[in-house]
Design a protein around this ligand. Structure first.
Ligand code: FO1
Length: 308
């Protein structure tokens, strides 16, 4: 069964680990957010694609959720000694990947091609597609100013409340090769438990991707990133409160109008009233270990089967 997955970084990657334990990863096309990519120290860093890649290659740092396990930070220490950009923590092992990707891009490869080569190099069977190869970047409008995603998220520790989210480049962005085909050809479409504004929002800001999802034949199941109305990690709850008016499953579903057929949400948020066209499935969504991740992935498959 072909599955297309729209994924952000940390939460998406954790969820995908569960999904690969219940479906053949060769059937999976993962469409990843690239709007929090950045150029830093001359390197092209794609944090969300890398979180997925590292998680599914078994290389990720479980606790941080981003970057690699057994990491060392010698290069970063030198950057700091030289007063370079050390606010975005690139580990030594991680830098190796960014060097290879940046070289491929500078030699003319697209991000799709570079990503495919990294996936193949790690011997992984799924397809990982950047949502777009065009420049697409998230900006957060706050009382303190408008910031690029990583400046707001990492450098400023997402302390500024967000008044609006912009996706620069979205009007001109086209889906990367294979994205629309993966959505159209899937038997199930999944939206991972990721921040609707800064992880999934930029993917859906590419109008041809949103249109493909709106015109879907297959069921689309989203997983809420909130438990008891709160984010496990990160600013999703604060953003939903401010931008959507609340943190219930209905507010999460409201981020995907006409785009989802089911929402999987936590028992701590039940009972919930959802939009009429969205079926709810209640389960435990905390992805604390392999078993919990597998059960959540199975619940998503069940939710998809229930709406077909
Ligand atoms: N997140 C942080 O909170 N601090 C960091 O210094 C940081 C560095 C970093 C380096 C490589 C990478 O792939 C991810 C990194 N992240 C860091 C995570 C990243 O900023 C966010 O988790 C995602 O962009 C949001 O999905």
């Amino acid at each position: 069964m072909k599955i297309a997955v729209l994924s952000g970084g940390v939460g998406g990657a954790r969820f995908l680990r569960g999904l690969t334990s219940v479906v053949d990863s060769r059937e999976m096309t993962i469409i990843g957010n690239v709007a929090d990519d950045l150029e830093i120290l001359g390197l092209h860093v794609s944090p969300d694609l890398d979180s997925v890649l590292y998680a599914l290659a078994g290389l990720s740092d479980e606790e941080r959720g981003w970057g690699r396990a057994d990491e060392s930070w010698n290069a970063l220490a030198t950057v700091a000694e030289l007063s370079g950009d050390a606010w975005f923590k690139l580990g030594d092992r991680d830098i190796g990947l960014h060097l290879v990707r940046t070289q491929m891009l500078s030699e003319g490869a697209t991000l799709t091609e570079a990503t495919a080569r990294l996936v193949a190099a790690y011997g992984l069977g799924f397809e990982l597609l950047p949502a777009t190869n065009d420049p697409l970047r998230t900006f957060l409008e706050t009382a303190a100013g408008t910031f690029p995603f990583q400046t707001w998220f990492v450098e400023r520790g997402h302390r500024d409340e967000v008044d609006a989210v912009h996706y620069a480049g979205a009007p001109d962005a086209t889906p990367s090769p294979g994205v629309v085909e993966a959505i159209a050809g899937a038997a199930l479409i999944v939206i991972t438990p990721s921040n609707p504004y800064v992880s999934i929002g930029p993917i859906l800001a590419v109008s041809a991707i949103r249109d493909a999802l709106a015109a879907r034949d297959a069921p689309c199941v989203a997983v809420s990133p909130l438990i008891g109305g709160q984010a496990v990690k990160g600013p999703a709850d604060r953003m939903l409160t401010r931008l959507a008016g609340g943190t219930t499953p209905a507010h999460v579903a409201g981020c995907y109008p006409g785009l989802i057929d089911a929402l999987v949400y936590d028992e701590a948020d039940a009972p919930a009233e959802l939009p009429q066209d969205v079926r709810g499935l209640v389960t435990r969504t905390l992805m604390s270990d392999d078993g919990a991740r597998r059960r959540l992935a199975q619940a998503v498959l069940d939710a998809g089967a229930a709406v077909t």
